[in-house]
Design a protein around this ligand. Structure first.
Ligand code: SF4
Length: 366
């Protein structure tokens, strides 16, 4: 079986945001060349795992921190190794401070049709608190040049920052909606072990109200909540992420990238040096592999599907994971009130209120 979704991880950032636990680092001398060379090696090794590509997502890290020359080399490698469906969704993540006209023009000539911009906030104080290198004005400019180039644009926005109120969050959402991206992802600030924020012992506000505000406000502006973090104008949902939530397979390329192929979840070595060494020695860069089967696989798939507004389609679920596991999950879900979990004979999904307490529900059925 081959995957029709590919993720490529770019492991570089221009600085490390103090809340970030993603696998990324500042570039050292020669790192960019080493990265491009070894990603080419991994793609050559693994291209047989992919069929015709429906979604390609190049994320990070900060893909726009790669020079335009490196991008050209990456595009050549991708084009010579993968074949794409005519309607393939190709997304690139970008930060407002590193995105240049050169990137935009190369991406437009190539097959990029979606750019996800790490906006996070439109408040100067919040951007500075988050250690972001860009201003609100740069985020608006980045959105404008991407839209002018014809890309669908998505914004990442963060809520639940210390000392913030619903009024502060409402202002960031208002500014975002005014710029009319086709997609908005909202994330609550979480304090992860190992990050500089972890040492600070912040008092975080209860994010519930701010999240609820987004659920109320964004649909009024035409953005339908199709997933726990995702709001989109009609037809602008992120196909790549929908494949994740549908328990679809994908090939992950690059340091720290995860793959899900032939029923196995696999993780590549996180450090560029370790990843490059493994690939240059002609092997794979795997450091972890897990194959979920039986009830664990079914529960994992149900949890993923419950992130989406569509929820679980029981006919499809039963034919893939079996009636017995489906019935066990249905019994577990019945314990939640129908204000949180909505079911009919064909589907089960979380209500808007259910999405607000999604973590509790998912951890109960996983
Ligand atoms: S730019 Fe993104 S990936 Fe890089 S450190 Fe900041 S949050 Fe993390």
């Amino acid at each position: 079986m081959t995957a029709s979704s590919v993720y490529i991880h770019v492991p570089f950032c221009e600085s490390k945001c103090p809340y970030c636990a993603f696998k990324s680092a500042l570039k050292g001398e020669g790192d960019e060349e080493l990265y491009i060379r070894t990603v080419a090696g991994e793609i050559a090794l693994r291209s047989a795992e992919t069929g015709r590509i429906e979604t390609l997502y190049i994320g990070g890290g900060t893909p726009s921190s790669l020079s335009v020359d490196s991008w050209r080399a990456l595009v050549d490698v991708i084009e010579s190794s993968f074949s794409f469906s005519d309607s393939a969704e190709v997304t690139v993540e970008a930060n407002p401070n590193s995105l240049t006209e050169g990137h935009v023009s190369l991406w437009r000539e190539w097959r990029v049709n979606r750019v996800s911009i790490g906006v996070q906030s439109f408040s100067p104080g919040e951007l500075s608190f988050l250690g972001r290198l860009h201003t609100a004005g740069q985020a608006a400019d980045a959105a404008a040049i991407c839209m002018e180039a014809g890309f669908a644009v998505s914004f990442d926005l963060m809520f639940g920052l210390p000392g913030t109120t619903i009024r502060d969050w409402a202002e960031s959402l208002r500014r975002a909606v005014t710029l009319r991206p086709s997609h908005i992802s909202v994330y609550q600030l979480t304090i992860e072990p190992g990050t500089p924020f972890y040492e600070k012992k912040f008092n975080l506000p209860d994010g519930y109200g701010q999240y609820r505000y987004a659920q109320w406000k964004l649909p009024k502006k035409g953005y339908c909540q199709y997933e726990v973090s995702g709001f989109a104008l009609p037809g602008c949902e992120c196909g790549h992420n929908m494949n994740y939530w549908a328990d679809g397979e994908y090939v992950g390329i690059g340091p720290a990238a995860w793959s899900y192929v032939n029923g196995a979840r696999r993780e590549n070595a996180a450090s560029l040096a370790g990843y490059a060494r493994a690939i240059e020695e002609g092997g794979d860069a795997l450091v972890f592999e897990e194959r979920l089967t039986g009830e664990r696989a079914a529960r994992q798939a149900a949890t993923l599907a419950l992130r989406t507004k569509k929820g679980i389609d029981w006919d499809a679920f039963k034919s893939r994971y079996g009636e017995v596991f489906a019935e066990a999950i249905i019994r577990d879900l019945r314990r939640f009130p129908d204000t949180l979990v909505i079911s009919d004979e064909r589907r089960t999904a979380l209500s808007s209120a259910g999405m607000r307490v999604g973590n509790t529900i998912w951890s109960d059925i996983i």
